[in-house]
Design a protein around this ligand. Structure first.
Ligand SMILES: [Zn+2]
Length: 351
């Protein structure tokens, strides 16, 4: 069954700038990861989620934060601007590409280094480690989006394209529209559906079974930069091999182009979720713990995954209550912000 957007998605529904996978991508990464956590890791994650906050909601927080004025400093942390020349040659160099970006500083690689270290730092107060977890949950997703590793036309934000007749840009359709056209908008039912499907492909005999060894090959939380650069480089190769392999400016991409992009996007989301679980297991247990038990992966930790979904320990810290209220107020005034749940109203799908 294929779901296609019927009503034109207003440009405002999609992120206005290079930010992230949409809700569907990020929530699926987090939910998939939760199913591969070791029991100790699941307890750890829960302990840093706010009461009633799900790991899926925690994974999208960083985008909402980057959109509000007081969180804007973190905007440059969501990508790395590879100064390559797609489709002729692709590649990431840390010193060249993770420079001072418009005065904001840093990139997704340095942010992952920093937030991984902060999450491990037991001397930091709880709210700061909780925030570090939210960033890690998010950035492991973003770094797998090919256009979050590309400088050209602001990661494709400046490449105008059509998607089922609607004017949009290349970045936006890679963030969300291509995947949502197949699976539906990112409500929790759709997220669970996609997660189940990808988890099945990770299981015995699945499409991704042979890739898992590669996906878990770099899990060194003491040398985050190397691993993060590897993941970013992997995503960046798709920029040359597919995303910008042919001229796309002004083209309708809802047909054959989207059809070819879906397997890449699904694969990247699966890799991100799988790696996120291994990364968190490394932080907590010192081993990636992936596929550790007989038949592990698909079913072994599914019970743990349910446990890891919601925080039960801490109420929101006072400062975070203030930040979250301000985010909600800002989004009410600026309904174009993607992460405002209200922005999803009015979207129709047909079978
Ligand atoms: Zn993001």
């Amino acid at each position: 069954m294929r779901l296609l957007p019927l009503a034109a998605l207003s440009a405002g529904v999609l992120a206005p700038a290079a930010q992230a996978w949409g809700f569907l991508g990020h929530k699926t990464v987090a939910l998939l990861a939760s199913r591969h956590l070791l029991p100790e890791t699941a307890v750890f994650v829960r302990s840093f989620l706010y009461r009633d906050q799900s790991i899926m909601d925690a994974a999208v927080w960083a985008d909402r934060y980057a959109h509000v004025p007081f969180g804007r400093y973190s905007k440059g942390w969501h990508y790395i601007d590879a100064r390559d020349e797609p489709p002729t040659w692709c590649g990431i160099q840390y010193n060249r590409d993770c420079g001072d970006d418009g005065g904001q500083g840093g990139c997704i690689v340095s942010a992952l280094v920093n937030m991984t270290a902060r999450l491990q730092d037991q001397t930091l107060p709880w709210p700061q480690r909780a925030q570090a977890l939210r960033f890690v949950l998010h950035f492991l997703g973003d770094i797998h989006q090919p256009l979050h590793t590309e400088h050209l036309s602001r990661g494709g934000n400046g490449v105008h394209v059509l998607f089922h007749g609607r004017e949009t840009n290349l970045h936006s359709i890679w963030d969300g529209a291509i995947l949502e056209a197949v699976w539906g908008r990112g409500n929790d039912r759709v997220v669970a559906h996609l997660t189940n499907d990808l988890d099945g492909r990770l299981g015995p005999g699945g499409t991704y079974t042979a890739d898992k060894e590669t996906w878990r090959s770099c899990m060194n939380v003491s040398n985050t930069q190397d691993c993060a650069l590897g993941w970013a480089g992997e995503a960046n190769t798709y920029v040359c091999s597919y995303v910008l392999a042919k001229e796309v400016e002004g083209k309708e991409l809802g047909g054959a182009y989207a059809h070819g992009a879906v397997p890449i996007i699904e694969r990247q989301i699966a890799a991100a979720g799988y790696r996120l679980a291994g990364w968190l297991n490394m932080i907590v247990c010192g081993r990636h713990g992936l596929d550790e038990l007989p038949g592990a992966g698909y079913t072994a930790y599914s019970g743990v995954g349910e446990d890891a979904l919601f925080g039960v320990v801490e109420e929101r810290h006072e400062e975070d209550v203030r930040i979250d209220r301000a985010i909600v107020e800002f989004e009410k005034m600026h309904p174009e912000v993607e992460c405002d749940g209200l922005a999803f109203q009015g979207i129709r799908v047909q079978h």
